[in-house]
Design a binder for this molecule. Structure first.
Ligand code: SAT
Ligand code: MN
Length: 607
């Protein structure tokens, strides 16, 4: 290897040979002006934030300490699913729900894109750890990026810097495995060329090499495309690790529900992006005596403990929440979390007094700067905040954070909720008949598309376990994995599985269920079912409560709305059958026969 003199490259604060070799290889390919090994310190963070302000990427907020407003390029606002690839060795391993490209060909293409792509820029090397640093088998990664915004965001979202790097070599000198994650905005600078506040490239690739446990991302600065510890590592790559090692990497929040008797229950729940996972994770119950504490709002890694129960850990360190709609009513605890500062707000509106605002937040300003950096007033036709605008805020600031949030052991899960956004058909809550039926519910989950991904909002699509955009391998093999984990487990210790829909609407399109804090009433019923105390009616689709089985005392909505929200309409469900069949046909021959059996049994029960 010819040694190239790039300032900082040789200042590596580690002896890990693979890290050193890989960082050098990337630096020689991308030719940055300098290399910075990120240590995660306060001083470094202050310096990077100041550089981002200088570059115009960040505007410091006057109203919140150590917090910043950022506006992306208007064409770089969401995950790009059509540009996301699973480059497994064999095409059939990516399955029909993913884009596949041959790993060798993809590497050749992207290597040419990466060649010289960091010219004129700083290359940051970010060591990070997904999950608690105290884990015996920490899940490590190195993200290389040429965008300081990514460094600032990774600092919030992951355990990173020197504390993570210290885990790369064990005390006895063994070098641990890590996931190499390469990111570039794809915007090299010519000599003297003026930079833009949000560099990116119209050519984008979000690419995963599952066998190699490696991630290559190019052209986008948006969170889901650039904070590679999140969806790319903790879901797409981790789902493959989990398949191979007998655990689950899921798109799920983790919450702790405490009863008036002070008994704690842990619940994991999967909803597609922008369907209220963060709101549920930080729920403020409306029923007296019940409390919620938060462990995570987006991702859960779950494995069986020695006692046979399923334990969940949140690999993340911060919240990357959808801003619009978040307010003191829908999510007071998120508001309290961001109020403390140390947060990055992307594509929300900037108010004239140096605060942030978005649609749905209290206190509409008379004048503001929109996410497109245009003047905005309440009369403006365009939105002040992009529908997928985000706050990026430290978990540690959440006032209802569960004390065990950083415990490597995780928390034992009593219930798993699957849910989507459906205006019709799917009742407020249904308990599965058993694990396999629950897997069928998850595998056939459907939801109306939201703004979290580029594309048409509102279309109903199947989104198995809310993992459609995040599966690192064949969906049918994933279903098989779920079924076999249940088969091998002690059935009495498995979490019970439920299907929820907060979004059902009446004839006049109004929501039938108030949602938000009132969802605690559904959680209470879920706990009642676990304890064998709550009643339910057996229906063709599973066990469903009547309005009387739920605690709806003091609710504003008429009882008839709740009844309507709970109604199982066999005719509507019969219309669902061919759609499920179509979905299974799309997944192909490998759909486990158990799921076909479930479909046949459902059809029979529907008559
Ligand atoms: O867009 S992200 O992947 O960062 C968040 C989400 O969609 O859940
Ligand atoms: Mn998500």
């Amino acid at each position: 290897m010819t040694a190239v003199a790039i300032p900082g490259l040789d200042a590596a604060p580690t002896t890990h040979s693979k890290v050193l070799a890989w960082v050098r290889e990337v630096a020689e390919l991308t030719t940055p002006d300098r290399v910075v090994w990120v240590d995660g310190s306060e001083e470094e963070s202050a310096r990077i934030n100041a550089e981002l302000v200088e570059a115009g990427t960040f505007v410091p907020l006057k109203a919140k300490p150590n917090s910043f407003w950022a506006a992306s390029d208007p064409d770089d606002v969401a995950r790009v699913e059509e540009r996301t690839f699973i480059c497994s060795e064999r095409e059939e391993d990516a399955g029909p729900t993913n884009n596949w490209a041959h790993p060798g060909e993809m590497k050749a293409t992207m290597t040419e894109l990466y060649r010289g792509c960091m010219r004129g820029r700083t290359m940051y090397v970010i060591p990070f750890c997904m999950g608690p640093l105290g884990d015996d088998d920490p899940k490590l990664g190195i993200e290389i990026t040429d965008f300081a915004y990514v460094v600032a965001s990774m600092r919030v979202m992951t355990r990173m810097g020197q504390a993570a790097l210290d885990k790369f070599v064990t005390e006895d000198g063994t070098e641990r495995e890590f996931v190499p994650a390469l990111h570039s905005v794809g915007a090299p600078l010519g000599p003297g060329e003026q930079d833009v506040p949000w560099p990116c490239n119209s050519t984008k690739y979000i690419t995963h090499f599952p066998e190699e446990r490696m991630i290559w991302s190019y052209g986008s600065g948006y969170g889901g495309n650039s904070l590679l510890g999140k969806k790319c590592y903790s879901l797409r790559i981790a789902s493959v690790m989990a398949r191979d090692e007998g655990w689950l990497a899921e798109h799920m929040l983790i919450l702790k529900l405490i009863s008036p008797e002070d008994k704690a229950y842990y619940i994991a729940a999967a909803f597609p992006s922008a369907c209220g996972k963060t709101n549920l994770a930080m729920l403020q119950p409306t029923i007296p005596g019940w409390r919620v504490e938060t462990l995570g709002d987006d991702i859960a890694w779950m494995r069986f403990g020695e006692d046979g129960r399923l334990y969940a850990v949140n690999p993340e360190f911060g919240f990357f929440g959808v801003a619009p709609g978040t307010n003191w009513h829908t999510n007071p605890n998120a508001m309290r979390t961001i109020e403390q500062g140390n947060s990055v707000f992307t594509n929300v509106a900037l108010t004239d007094d140096g605060d942030i605002w978005w649609e749905g937040m209290e206190g509409t300003p008379e004048h503001a700067t929109s996410w497109k950096k245009q003047e905005w007033t309440p009369e403006s036709e365009e939105k002040a905040a992009h529908p997928n605008s985000r706050y990026c805020t430290p978990m540690s600031q959440c006032p209802i954070l569960a004390p065990e949030w950083d415990d490597p052991k995780g928390v034992p899960i009593s219930a798993i909720l699957f849910g989507g956004r459906r205006a019709t058909t799917v009742p407020l809550v249904t308990e599965s008949r058993d694990w396999q039926h629950g897997v069928f519910m998850g595998a056939t989950m459907s939801s109306e598309k939201t703004a979290a991904a580029a594309g048409k909002v509102g279309e109903v699509r199947r989104d198995p376990m809310a993992m459609l955009p995040f599966l690192g391998y064949h969906a049918a093999d994933y279903f098989k994995h779920w079924i076999s984990l249940g088969k091998d487990a002690d059935a009495a210790k498995l979490p019970k599985i439920f299907y929820v829909n907060w979004f059902r609407r009446g004839d006049d399109k109004r929501f039938l269920w108030p949602g938000f804090g009132e969802n605690s009433r559904v959680l209470k019923w879920v706990i009642g079912r676990i304890e064998g105390e709550a009643s339910a009616t057996e229906t063709p689709i599973g066990w469903v409560p009547t309005a009387d089985d739920l605690d709806i005392e003091g609710i504003e909505e008429p009882k008839s709305d709740v009844e309507e929200a709970l109604r199982v309409d066999p005719e509507e469900w019969r219309q669902e059958l061919p759609l499920i069949e179509e979905w299974f046909a799309k997944i192909g021959d490998k759909v486990p026969s158990n799921l076909h059996d479930e479909l046949a049994a459902l059809r029979q029960r529907l008559g």
